[in-house]
Design a protein around this ligand. Structure first.
Ligand code: NAP
Length: 284
């Protein structure tokens, strides 16, 4: 039986992974309370004690705006801890699965980003996530890095849940319509991870993993409202605004679209269109 070490078990992706990885082996899942990624010695000790065949790191510092003022903590968790995991993984010969983000790019490209495009993050979170990717690559353990985008799900803090709440509280929703990307359901990410890991020879390297198609935050909101209209007692007015009308501490890339052709070609895995996935998620 394979031994699997999972971090971030209470997060959107981690929570789903606990379920989808269960048929693959014996999963030992850590929350922040049981394994703090800011504590390198604890990370080493947990891996050395378990000697896992597979390490899946779904934990991350994901507070994008807060990272601007907590730069060094974000860097410790997102930049350094993955490198520590990679060192231990290399000693054991195990596979390290790690997640990264569209925010490693500056968003100025006209079309979808491919894995070989040059990253150039425009915020502290993006810089910390890029450092994590580079740390793993520098160690050179067996690794699988999935860059994903605009993650939502049925649990945790995410855009879908925020919109569902605000739709009940407000008469008008003013949502950004000049940032483009693919909303991606955490369950789909977990499913693609399990499908990759169950293969006799799992894909290795850097892969983009996001829903098909693209929309804006405004388009995403419109779809959420349409698909949940029958569940609501009231209907807010939806207004489109520009990024500059909603200033936040961290800058966001305008174009977050990720081309996922590499994973489709190498592993035969492709996530459904974002709207299809949203419909499936909302059936829950
Ligand atoms: N969310 C997105 O839109 C998005 C977009 C692109 C890429 N990603 C990447 O996808 C991966 C999964 O993200 P997600 O959406 O599932 O994030 P999430 O819901 O915020 O979950 C992250 C988990 O990491 C845990 N964590 C935070 N600091 C920690 C620490 N010091 N030690 C141990 N655990 C810690 C959190 O614990 P608490 O529950 O205690 O806070 C949380 O359970 C991450 O690598 C993220 O960077 C996310």
């Amino acid at each position: 039986m394979k031994k699997i070490l999972l971090t971030g078990r209470d997060g959107q992706v981690g929570w789903e992974l606990q379920r989808t990885l269960a048929p693959l082996g014996e999963v030992t899942a850590y929350s922040r309370a049981t394994l703090d990624l800011a504590d390198s010695a604890a990370v080493c000790a947990a891996i050395r004690a378990l000697r896992p065949d597979l390490i899946v790191n779904a934990a991350a510092y994901t507070a994008v705006d807060q990272a601007e003022s907590e730069n060094s903590l974000a860097m410790q968790i997102n930049g350094q801890a993955p490198g520590v995991m990679a060192e231990e993984s290399k000693k054991l010969g195990s596979l390290l699965v790690h997640y990264s983000t569209d925010y490693v790019f500056d968003g100025t490209k006209d079309n979808a980003y491919i894995e070989d495009d040059r990253p150039d993050p425009i915020n502290a979170y993006g810089r910390s996530k890029l450092a994590g990717e580079q740390a793993i690559q520098a160690v050179g353990c067996r690794h699988l890095i999935f860059r994903t985008s605009w993650v939502y799900g049925l649990r945790g803090k995410n855009f879908l849940r925020t919109i569902l709440r605000l739709a009940e509280e407000r008469t008008e929703l003013r949502i950004i319509n000049d940032q483009f990307g693919a909303p991606t359901w955490s369950r789909m990410i977990a499913g693609a991870t399990a499908l990759s890991c169950v293969r006799k020879t799992p894909p290795e390297g850097l892969f983009h993993l996001a829903s098909g198609g693209a929309t804006s935050w405004h388009g995403f909101t419109q779809a959420i409202l349409e698909l949940t209209r029958h569940l609501r007692t009231r209907e807010p007015v939806l207004a489109a605004i520009a990024t500059r009308e909603y200033p936040l501490p961290a800058a966001r890339p305008q174009n977050s679209r990720l081309s996922c052709e590499r994973l489709a070609a190498e592993a035969g895995i492709r996530l459904p269109d974002w709207r299809t996935a949203l419909g499936l998620c909302l059936e829950n």
